[in-house]
Design a protein around this ligand. Structure first.
Ligand code: FSO
Ligand code: SF4
Length: 550
């Protein structure tokens, strides 16, 4: 196998024997075969679209299927076989419709590919993944940029899939997705063309995040600063992990008046900030556990049922597998999968009612209960822009730091905790995504009325962070790179790649990235990004802080 799409890739060079994430060679090959089949579906969708045939549902399917190949989303080989079959069926029907419309132009080989459905399926997947390298014709920089583009696209379609569930889509974004998929095999484009395509992924990812922001705020209201208890309350319990607020909302509806308390885990913490979700669901109570890589410990201890709505799912331990459920694009062989866009959560509810839940003796009696604040999205922060501007002008706020991104198990990630601890008292820290769990419960105090630590939201709320930066730049009448703002980011999987490409597309410079730089960036590609955008690796908290404040 070969996979180097995430930050924990083996030896920083690629997983070859077995994925450090727990993905085996067979599933890896099926994921590669699925990507290949989706690449073959793409020119057919584009042709159908040009002929005016309906393709929107197929586009949404492509997004979901590609999302399933992201790190820590789906480990279930059978689900990938189903996705492959569904992609081929959709392709064949579209080709028939195109022929009926009178277009009989022959298809490229990739668009007529039929796998052999036998034990050679995984070796066919391996061949498909090698093809991407062959199509780069030995040019390591082009291969690097094709991988950057593909990985960024995987992150982008994850956000587009969430937006689609909330009734938000953009046919132009779907068109772009199919264009990129059909271009991956190109052998004529040069390095500069591929840099432009990778940045175009960033551009369209901005749109995907905007759609998702509209879906969330349009359905559940604009987030407001909200305290979230970190302590449990006695009684039956369900824990919901991942990013999918729509699935959380569906579960909340189905658990109303059932005597169950619902807790968020991981990237669902910011769900508490959405006023309509909160108002309709008093049983959405608190947050349990920290970042994804601690789930083996957190899930084992949780005394109720657990639903994982998106990444990051780790291979589960047998002892807690029976109480673990997956939905959407997520899967793991042997775990119970609750199908459909609006799943019936009854099996998870029954499991929660069967399990003991939190006993009165488990409940901490601290008064007030331990809690964190979330909900500092763009409207909440820009709503107090006057206060922020005044504090900057009067020198009360010297600098803003956006310390955000993914968490992970590597020891080098303690950098981010130390960095936040060392941020001087006249500076504000904005944070987002699961990297915040290293410091989210620290009391950094206030500057005037403004908390020094503000949780902007999930990784897709990078959209909000960008809106905040752009809003402040407009208010100060300067460019975003001239703001007293530094971005210190951590990455792990492909959504973070998409967000990074968005920031580069917007021309944001001097981003510090860690804990290590992506293995898929070749030295030349890295040199292009460092020269153009001054993208740099993190060093030490002291040195980086000093440089940011200089
Ligand atoms: Fe974290 Fe995982 Fe949200 Fe990622 S839970 S690592 S960037 O999936 O998506 O931040
Ligand atoms: Fe390795 Fe990451 Fe790929 Fe998993 S997703 S196989 S850890 S590079």
């Amino acid at each position: 196998m070969f996979c180097e799409q995430c930050e924990q890739t083996a030896s920083g060079q690629g997983c070859h024997q077995w994925g450090a994430c727990g993905k085996g060679p067979e599933v890896n090959a099926l994921q590669d075969l699925l990507v290949y089949v989706l690449r073959g579906l793409a020119p057919v969708v584009l042709k159908a679209e040009a002929l005016g045939l309906p393709v929107r549902e197929i586009n949404a399917f492509t997004c979901e299927a590609l999302f399933a190949t992201m790190t820590n989303v789906n480990f279930d080989g059978d689900r990938f076989k189903t996705y492959i079959r569904q992609a081929l069926d959709r392709r064949n029907s579209l080709q028939a419709a195109i022929a009926s419309a009178g277009d009989t132009e022959p298809w490229p080989a990739i668009a007529t590919y039929e796998p052999q459905w036998d034990e050679s399926l995984s070796s066919q997947g391996q061949d498909a993944s090698l093809l991407l390298l062959q199509e780069a014709e030995g040019n390591i920089d082009i291969f690097s940029l094709k991988l950057t583009t593909l990985y960024g696209l995987k992150g982008m379609v994850a956000y587009a899939s969430h937006a689609w569930e909330l009734g938000q889509w953009d046919d132009n974004l779907f068109h772009f997705t199919q264009e990129i998929l059909s271009k991956l095999g190109d052998t004529h484009l040069e390095v500069g063309d591929w840099v432009a395509l990778a940045l175009a992924v960033g551009q369209w990812n901005f749109r995907a995040m905007e759609l998702l922001d509209s879906g969330h705020t349009g359905t559940y209201g604009h987030p407001v600063p909200t305290p979230v208890p970190l302590t449990a309350q006695a009684g039956k319990a369900i824990l919901v992990s991942g990013h999918d607020i729509k699935h959380l909302a569906t579960l909340l509806e189905q658990t109303r008046d059932r005597g169950i308390t619902v807790y968020t885990h991981g990237e669902l913490l910011p769900a508490h900030g959405y006023p309509k979700l909160k108002a309709d669901n008093p049983h959405l109570y608190g947050h349990y556990g920290t970042a994804w890589q601690n789930q083996v410990h957190d899930f084992a201890k949780f005394p109720g049922a657990i639903v994982v709505t998106t990444n990051c799912l780790m291979p589960p331990h047998g002892e807690y597998s029976p109480k673990l459920f997956t939905v959407g694009a997520v899967g793991y062989q042997g775990l119970q999968y609750l199908e459909g866009e609006t799943p019936d959560f009854e099996p998870a509810i029954a499991k929660a009612l069967e399990l003991p839940g939190f006993a009165a003796s488990d409940v901490e009696t601290d008064q007030p209960p331990r809690s964190v604040l979330t909900g500092f999205a763009h409207q909440a922060v820009l709503g107090v822009a006057d206060q922020v501007i005044e504090a900057v002008k009067s020198g009360k706020i010297r600098h803003f730091f956006l310390v955000g991104g993914c968490d992970g198990a590597k020891p080098g990630r303690t950098y981010y905790t130390e960095f936040v601890e060392k941020v001087p008292e006249d500076c504000i820290v904005l944070t987002l995504a699961c990297g915040k769990f290293r410091f989210f419960d620290k009391n950094l105090g206030h500057i005037g009325e403004l908390p020094r630590l503000m949780d902007v939201g999930q990784c897709n709320d990078a959209y909000s962070a960008i809106q905040i930066a752009l809003g402040l730049a407009t208010a100060f009448d300067i460019g975003v790179n001239e703001l007293p703002l530094s971005m210190v980011l951590s990455w792990y999987e492909q959504k973070a790649v998409a967000v990074l490409l968005t920031l580069l597309h917007l021309g944001i410079k001097d981003i510090r990235l860690g804990p290590t730089l992506p293995a898929f960036l070749s030295p030349n590609v890295l040199a292009i990004l460092s020269q153009t955008y001054q993208l740099k690796a993190i060093t030490t908290p002291d040195a980086d802080l000093a440089a940011c404040l200089a």
